[in-house]
Write a protein of this length. Structure first.
Length: 122
C-alpha cells in the first residue's frame, strides 16, 4: 500500500461492514494508508448496489472513470463498480466465466504493477 501511496495513488476502502471496521483498520495499523473509509452502514446502501460506488465518488470529488475498485466478488463488487463507471479489477485465483483476463489478478502482489501500467497509459 505504501508503494501505491508513494507514486500518488489515493487509497480508500469501500466495504459492506459496519463502523467496527474503523477500529479493525486501526488495530491492524493500516488505517493511515486510506484517505477515506466508506462503510455501507454509514452510506445507507450496500454492495451490490452501485449507489455505494456513486456516493463514494461523489464524496471524493473525483470522476468515477478515474477510480479503480479492487475486490474479490464478481457479483457484489466488480459488476456494480463497472456499472457505476469505475474501473474494476478482481482478485481471484482463476478467471470466472464471462470475465476478461485483464480484469482478473491472481495475487495482491500484482496490483502495483497493473496500476502503474494503467497510469502510464492514461
Amino acid at each position: 500500500m505504501q508503494g501505491l501511496k508513494d507514486i500518488g495513488f489515493r487509497l480508500v476502502v469501500v466495504s459492506n461492514w459496519d463502523n467496527r471496521l474503523h477500529r479493525i483498520l486501526s488495530d491492524l495499523n493500516i488505517d493511515d494508508y486510506f484517505d477515506h473509509v466508506f462503510i455501507s452502514t454509514e452510506l445507507g446502501a450496500e454492495k451490490p448496489s452501485e449507489d455505494v460506488f456513486n456516493r463514494a465518488f461523489q464524496e471524493l470529488g473525483t470522476p468515477a472513470n478515474t477510480l479503480v475498485h479492487i475486490e474479490n466478488s464478481p457479483a457484489n463488487d466488480l459488476k456494480p463498480a463497472l456499472r457505476a463507471g469505475w474501473n474494476a479489477l478482481l482478485l481471484h485465483n482463476r478467471i470466472p466465466h464471462g470475465l476478461e483476463p485483464g480484469n482478473v489478478l491472481g495475487s495482491i502482489d500484482q496490483i502495483p504493477e497493473v496500476l502503474k501500467s494503467e497510469q502510464a497509459v492514461s
